[in-house]
Write a protein that binds this ligand. Sequence first.
Ligand SMILES: [Zn+2]
Length: 435
Amino acid sequence: MEAETWVCGLLADYRGLIGEGCVGLDRERGVIAAISKSPPPGARAMDYRSRGVLVIPGLVDLHVHLRGLGYSYKETPRSGGWAAASAGITLVVDMPNTQPPSDEPGAVEAKLGELASQCPVDHGLYAGVPERPELVGGLASTPVAGFKVYPRDLASRREALQAILSLRGMLVVLHPEAPWARRGDLQESPASRESHRPCWLEAHAVLDLASLGGRARIHVTHASCPGTVEASRALGFTVDVTPHHLHWSLHTLGDPCLGKVNPPLRGHPDVWGLWRALLEGRVDALASDHAPHAEREKLGDPLACPPGFPWLELWPWLVFRLVRLGILGLREFLWLTSRGPALVLGLRHYGTLEQGARANVVVLDPKPWRRFPGPRHSLARLTPALMERLAGAPLAVLVGGDPVYVDGELAGRGRPVNPFASRARASGVRGGGDT
Ligand SMILES: [Zn+2]
């Protein structure tokens, strides 16, 4: 390994502040080749030492919707990928409710091809549960991160689901809502949606999946209720929460379309319980569930407007406010946004500043307070987070050792990878093995 680019500042990762020094990046292999006090004489260095600037691992978002293909009017891997890069997120994993759905091998290959050709950051894709169980083997042999289970799958695709759960080590990500939660047939204010999709339906879905047994690794995503976090942990599953279920309640974001998300925003006691679970270290990761839609869709009929928030350009820095306010430690922040999600995905070489780790690095100025002026890269322009106060600002973002975002501007696409492809080649294990 040979370091060609050096990035210097206050090094920090999930272990906390490491100290002032430099990471040497091997761009050819896309890994951290060396850690040192200072760069070798004459070396190419981005030197931020003595400026109070942090050098941290790139952030990981294990639940995004980059749309593309038939939904390219909502978002594309290019626009969503640049939104991620601008926020210091250097690995995103895309969901399979695409058009066409990524639940058969041909559609998965098409979606992976689109991601590879457009996305400027490292990327992965979950496969959907197929209608026909005989497709499970073919899907599992594609380089996917794992499978995503929707409420519908718990009701009508149980045979295929059972085949997936039988795959040892396969990552299975659950959307925890019972299939019979009422949807779309009510005048859906956030309060009415919350009362018709209550917390116990979330826990029920977790227990239902657990009842199927198997040898897969289960991850419960966007838990919106403290009971879901506890049930997941009790069953040995990993669990993430979203920034929006922490940041808003059904009382603070009452707009029927802007505040519409699945699972719904909750009342204050559940929001407080979720906070407690997060701050007491019982949550494995934060994940955005970035779900972009066209303005005309979100501004439409509250009975028909699609659920979801666009988040990729800002969510880590909304959370970083907690670090600035002394509520959350830097170490815990970096666990929740980088190392934790990497381990959920089975990627030990992500989310850490160690020799041999993936050379995804963010230079972060932790000092500024700023307002979110609206999306610059995402196609989803309509966001309830407009003018939200954010803390910290990424100064430079590197993917595989290549600068992709510097001083607020795109710096080039670099050489992003699908880490699940190299893992599949290396080990023959997919969707939950280790490297
Ligand atoms: Zn989602």
